[in-house]
Write a protein that binds this ligand. Structure first.
Ligand code: IMP
Ligand code: MG
Length: 187
């Protein structure tokens, strides 16, 4: 018998929507009259960035990076590399990195160092979810949607083995047991 993944909604679509609007207002206040570059980290941040940019009242340019973190399905080992770099020229510009979730901090520590080589005027970080107590390296997150203590989360862009990104709310996942010889296509 196959055990199914267990999903429990912890943040509803309405709660997320309201918080993203608040973040948009806060960022718009802070960057009033200053053009901004939003850099989303693929793939997890694609839905958050799409909603956040429409909650802003400042001129924005949008770009994406794609990063690869070595590790198992649920944990980063701290080695990160870029598989898709930015395409915009960010020198002299104010940048906000938009991330879905900050866990150990390795991803953002690496990315902010790489972005600084392009000589932006400033680099700040906005994440939807901060799992602060799991941090291994110190990164300053300037705008946080929600603090979440524990658990592995999926939905609203976040995945587990590429599944569940499309869910509208954010859910806590307890993965089911997959027996030997089991293939995802059997699901
Ligand atoms: P960090 O480098 O450990 O901070 O990990 C950040 C990346 O790991 C995020 O961009 C996510 O892609 C992924 N990640 C960390 N925690 C979760 C989670 O609970 N659900 C889905 N992805 C996660
Ligand atoms: Mg990510």
């Amino acid at each position: 018998m196959q055990e199914k993944d267990q999903l429990t909604e912890i943040l509803s679509p309405d709660v997320i929507k309201a918080r993203v609007q608040e973040l948009g207002k806060e960022i718009s206040r802070d960057y009033k009259g200053r053009p901004l570059v939003l850099i989303g980290i693929l793939k997890g941040a694609f839905i958050f960035l799409a909603d956040l940019c429409r909650a802003l009242d400042v001129n924005t340019e949008i770009d994406f990076v794609r990063l690869y973190s070595y590790g198992s399905g649920m944990e980063s080992e701290g080695k990160v590399s870029i598989t898709k770099d930015i395409e915009l020229d960010i020198s002299g510009k104010d940048v906000i990195v938009v991330e879905d979730i900050v866990d150990t901090g390795y991803t953002l520590e690496y990315l902010t160092e790489v972005l600084k080589l392009h000589k932006p005027a400033s680099v700040k970080i906005c994440c939807l979810i901060d799992k602060k107590e799991r941090r291994k390296v110190d990164v300053q997150v300037d705008y946080v949607g929600f603090d979440v203590q524990k658990g592995f989360l999926v939905g609203y862009g976040l995945d587990y083995n590429e599944q569940y990104r499309h869910l509208q709310g954010i859910h806590n996942l307890v993965p089911g047991y997959e027996p030997e010889g089991y293939w995802p296509s059997d699901r």
